[in-house]
Design a protein around this ligand. Structure first.
Ligand SMILES: [Zn+2]
Ligand SMILES: [Zn+2]
Ligand SMILES: [Zn+2]
Ligand SMILES: [Zn+2]
Ligand SMILES: [Zn+2]
Length: 267
């Protein structure tokens, strides 16, 4: 065995690779007296590190991986890369001690609007429009201005069929008249006709008028008959009273006469 090795060594030396020879000899023969591991590259939480140990006898080294720590990234503070404006979001980033970078957008900045200015004034019926501009990016925001609505007058205005209250813009809220019952305006007499009317119960407008026929002599006849009836009644009462008084007087006279006769007979 040793002889074979000597021959091999000689061949190697002749080939000019003498520098490698002692190591090859060591790798084969040395029982290695390993020193302690020393860290070459520290491990991070996700990347293995590297450590090395050396043989005190032959100088051979051995390397091995140090396993990752397995802990999460240890992030630093967020730092602004690009500040946000009201037109574009910004960007901020943070870095881990391992060198990993993380970025995230910064929300849009709110617009810094100036005062509203009305571009289309509202009418009583139609909404208007107002606008305001951002001092930073010139963005123009707009919104509707509510319609003003009508302001109705306080008194009713009428025509033959409707009543309404008017707005000074010319609008009117019209409703059909609602006729009430007949009302006598002028009562009829025996010879002259009277008049009656129907008014709207809301606005008082006279919706309809009509005549009331004269009562004629028929009326007088009833009055005469009525009066005659009353007088006739009084006459009957009077006659009855006269008859009663007459009867009483006659009775007295009768009694007196009978008495007279009696007296006469007694004499
Ligand atoms: Zn060794
Ligand atoms: Zn990290
Ligand atoms: Zn803006
Ligand atoms: Zn109006
Ligand atoms: Zn009316």
């Amino acid at each position: 065995m040793k002889k074979t090795l000597s021959i091999l060594l000689a061949l190697l030396m002749m080939a000019g690779v003498l520098a490698v020879a002692p190591m090859s000899a060591g790798a084969t023969d040395c029982t290695h007296e390993w020193g302690d591991w020393s860290e070459v590259t520290p491990p991070t939480h996700d990347e293995p590190g590297q450590q090395v140990k050396e043989c005190g006898e032959c100088g051979e080294t051995d390397t091995d991986a140090i396993p990752p720590t397995g802990e999460g990234h240890t992030w630093g503070e967020w730092e602004t890369v690009t500040p946000s404006t009201c037109a574009a979001p910004g960007l901020e980033e943070r870095e881990c001690e391992c060198g990993e970078l993380q970025t995230r957008p910064i929300a849009l900045k709110a617009h810094d609007f100036g005062e509203w200015s009305v571009t289309t004034p509202p009418t009583h019926v139609n909404p208007g429009l107002r606008e305001r501009e951002c001092k930073d990016c010139a963005y123009v925001g707009s919104e509707a201005v509510p319609a003003l609505g009508h302001t109705w007058g306080t008194t009713w205005v009428t025509d033959a069929t409707h009543h309404w209250k008017a707005c000074d813009c010319g609008a009117k809220n019209a409703f059909a008249h609602t006729p009430g019952g007949w009302i006598v305006v002028t009562p009829p007499t025996a010879t002259q006709e009277g008049s009656q009317k129907r008014q709207c119960t809301t606005c008082g407008y006279v919706v309809e008028t009509d005549v009331i026929p004269a009562t004629g002599l028929g009326g007088w006849l009833w009055i005469i008959l009525g009066a005659a009836g009353v007088l006739g009644g009084l006459g009957l009462v009077g006659a009855a009273a006269v008859a009663l008084v007459g009867a009483v007087i006659a009775g007295i006279l009768g009694v007196a006469a009978v008495g007279g006769l009696a007296w006469y007979f007694l004499a």
